[in-house]
Design a protein around this ligand. Structure first.
Ligand code: GLU
Length: 306
């Protein structure tokens, strides 16, 4: 398999300039290192009819090209089941019957990090298991052997974060994101993961899981998000932020692409033209502050907000 990078959107709505900028970065990282670039639609959850087609159209409109067919997580249940089976055979999973509320109200173990699963169902005896099974369906959790794990990131260096007994399969039968992403990246030959830095805190869990599944850990680069002028993560309510809205405001896709490239300190033009000037080491480390298209258009060549 050719080594590859990827973009893995959740088809929950239209992509905005922040999502598109992450896609451009993932593309630049992959193409500048001779990798393939794959698209995976993360449709296990949060799928909205029609959103995938809009997302693919908008990626193509700004020049993001991809190799091979688009992969859908909903087609990959067998792979996820196999991985959970492998972990279960090694004694590395358990059934959990806790509701969200029970988890919130449970006293946390001493020194346990904030938000970590308190371990309520970790050691149920057979009689307790039988009673709980008769009451509600179980989620499957990882029986983690560590409390934290360290990953290396191209932009963040070493990053150590919490690993708890996180959910692998929800009690409604849906595979959890942390399991699916690890299994999919490995199965698709993806050895470079470039995505928004909101996902950095989940990365130690994923890398630890990869190690348990004897899967190589990919190279990670968690890139800064785009924020609005209040510093909050960009969202639809921040005005014209999707290609559709921007085009209605008279801004063509090629101009949006150029604004994104300029925000990265790269010259306007096609993505191929930007490749020769792309060096991860000189990327802005701060979020890009999107102040509205009027302001962005007017900011000449600078990295606004950087
Ligand atoms: N599907 C996730 C999202 O859209 C991205 C997951 C990933 O890149 O690992 O936020």
């Amino acid at each position: 398999m050719t080594p590859a990078g990827r973009f893995a959107p959740s088809p929950s709505g239209e992509l905005h300039v922040g999502n598109l900028r992450t896609a451009v970065l993932a593309w630049l990282f992959a193409r500048s290192t001779g990798r393939d670039f794959l698209l995976r639609v993360e449709d296990l959850d949060r799928a909205r009819a029609g959103a995938e087609a809009e997302q693919l159209r908008d990626l193509a409109a700004i020049g993001v090209t991809w190799d091979g067919a688009v992969v859908h997580q909903t087609d990959r249940g067998e792979l996820y089941r196999d991985a959970i089976q492998q972990l279960t055979s090694a004694g590395l999973t358990y059934e959990c019957f806790c509701t969200r509320r029970e988890i919130q109200e449970a006293p946390s173990a001493p020194h346990a990090p904030q938000g970590a699963y308190p371990g309520t169902c970790r050691n149920l005896d057979p009689a307790e298991l039988e009673v709980k099974r008769s009451l509600r369906p179980a989620a499957i959790r990882l029986r983690a052997g560590v409390g934290e794990y360290t990953v290396n990131d191209v932009l963040h260096g070493d990053f150590t974060g919490v690993v708890d007994d996180f959910v692998l399969r929800r009690n409604d039968g849906v595979t959890a994101y942390n399991l699916a992403v690890v299994v999919d990246d490995a199965a698709q030959g993806i050895d470079q993961v470039v995505r928004g830095d909101d996902l950095l805190p989940s990365t130690p869990r994923q890398a630890y899981l990869a190690s348990l599944l004897h899967i190589p850990v990919p190279e990670y680069a968690h890139v800064p998000l785009v924020v609005n002028s209040d510093g909050a993560r960009l969202a639809k309510r921040d005005g014209a932020v999707t290609l559709g809205d921007l085009s209605r405001a008279g801004v063509a896709a090629a101009e949006v692409r150029d604004l994104i490239l300029r925000s990265l300190g790269l010259p306007a033009g096609t993505l191929e033209q930007a490749l020769s000037g792309f060096t991860p080491g000189s990327l802005p480390r701060e979020p890009w502050v999107w102040r509205g298209v009027g302001v962005e258009r007017g900011s000449q060549g600078g990295r606004s907000g950087a």
